[in-house]
Design a protein around this ligand. Structure first.
Ligand code: AKG
Ligand code: FE2
Length: 351
């Protein structure tokens, strides 16, 4: 590990090299934790390299994602997302708002443009443990043999990386009394969600006009997100809002996993850690500085966010060291269980 590698940034997003992290007990691991914590505090996003998660596992999941989304609509709908808004499992088709493409009333169009319907389809899965809060919804095995096993293997690989990331964060905390395994007991249920995302190709003009969008500006809800971007994707689409309210690109980087802090960890840390706003766009700067070609078809995009969440009944109360014990009013938030918080956010989202 050299300073040159760990000091690398792209558009202000730092790279954190986990190559020397090991089991987290060495001075090198402590240094990595401190750097990672600083990134999560300042930027809220970091590119993690040499994480120990095999690139082959990531490539394999993108391979299966491509296969799944290439299925017929009927086959994909053999694993339909349940109607309950909070049951994030199975397949969700390209936005229902598509019908409004044929809206010509200028007032309605203006309103629509503000909302930019998400032009994407997704497949969600979570813990396969018996009794998991949200049972998985997979297609029957004959529809895509091997898909379920591949998804669950990826779920497990991501969970291992989650362990490393949470240990690094605890090590880096400015509260020296925090044990390195502080977060572990809060995450025993693997209340995580893998989301295979596919943004289909579409004319650039439809993104420029606002008729189509990909993902509107948002923050993620949970502890944090590991975002796997497609190594074969040359254009990306993810943008991150800086402290100066500017949008910067967070392009796919071969061999790196993008991490970002979620709202629940921001609250848990009394706003010390930053849950940073981000979005996915289909509008790109023209290649080679050429004028925008509105007839151009923007290529499809695949990405895989891995949302990490605490156990449903975990009580999220301000982490020691993030407030002044002599001044109770310095604690900005009351204790809340993870499920109360997530349900509150979901309800707001669906209102
Ligand atoms: O597709 C991406 O790169 C990011 C998607 C995202 O931010 C999300 O699903 O929360
Ligand atoms: Fe997100």
């Amino acid at each position: 590990m050299t300073e040159a590698v760990t000091d690398r940034t792209i558009n202000g997003i730092p790279f954190i090299d986990f190559g020397d992290f090991g089991d987290g007990s060495s001075p090198a691991a402590l240094a990595i934790g401190r750097k990672f914590f600083a990134a999560c505090k300042d930027t809220g996003f970091a590119y993690l390299t040499n994480t120990g998660m095999p690139q082959a596992a990531i490539d394999e999941m993108f391979h299966w994602s491509r296969k799944f989304f290439a299925l017929s609509e009927a086959d994909k709908m053999s694993a339909p997302r349940p109607k309950e808004g909070w049951w994030h499992r199975g397949y969700s088709g390209v936005g229902k708002e598509q019908g409004s493409q044929n809206e010509y009333d200028p007032v309605k169009l203006a309103a629509l443009r503000k909302t930019s319907p998400d032009y994407k389809e997704s497949f969600d899965l979570g813990s396969p443990a018996p009794g998991a809060r949200l049972p998985n919804v997979f297609p029957p095995p004959h529809v895509l043999p091997g898909f379920q096993d591949a998804c669950l293997a990826f779920f497990g690989a991501g969970r291992a990386l989650q362990g490393t990331v949470l240990t690094a964060l605890a090590l880096g905390f400015e509260n020296a009394a925090m044990p390195p395994d502080f977060f572990a007991p809060f995450h025993t249920e693997a209340a995580n969600q893998v989301r295979l995302l596919h943004y289909p190709p579409a004319p650039l003009s439809s993104f420029l006009s606002g008729e189509r969008g990909r993902v509107v500006a948002h923050t993620d809800f949970g502890t944090g997100t590991l975002l796997f971007q497609d190594p074969a994707d040359t254009r990306g689409g993810l943008e991150v809002e800086t402290r100066a309210d500017e949008w910067v690109r967070a392009p796919p980087i071969q061999g790196a996993v993008l991490f970002n802090i979620g709202d629940l960890l921001m609250r848990w840390s009394n706003d010390v850690l930053r849950s940073t706003t981000h979005r996915v766009t289909g509008v790109f700067a023209p290649k080679d500085g050429a004028a925008a070609d509105e007839d151009e078809i923007v290529e499809g995009r695949f990405s895989i966010p891995y949302f990490m969440g605490p156990n449903a009944n975990a009580v999220i109360d301000c982490i020691e060291g993030c407030y002044d014990p002599a001044d109770p009013s310095s604690k900005k938030y009351a204790p809340i269980t993870a499920s109360e918080y997530i349900d509150m956010r979901m309800t707001a989202n669906y209102a």
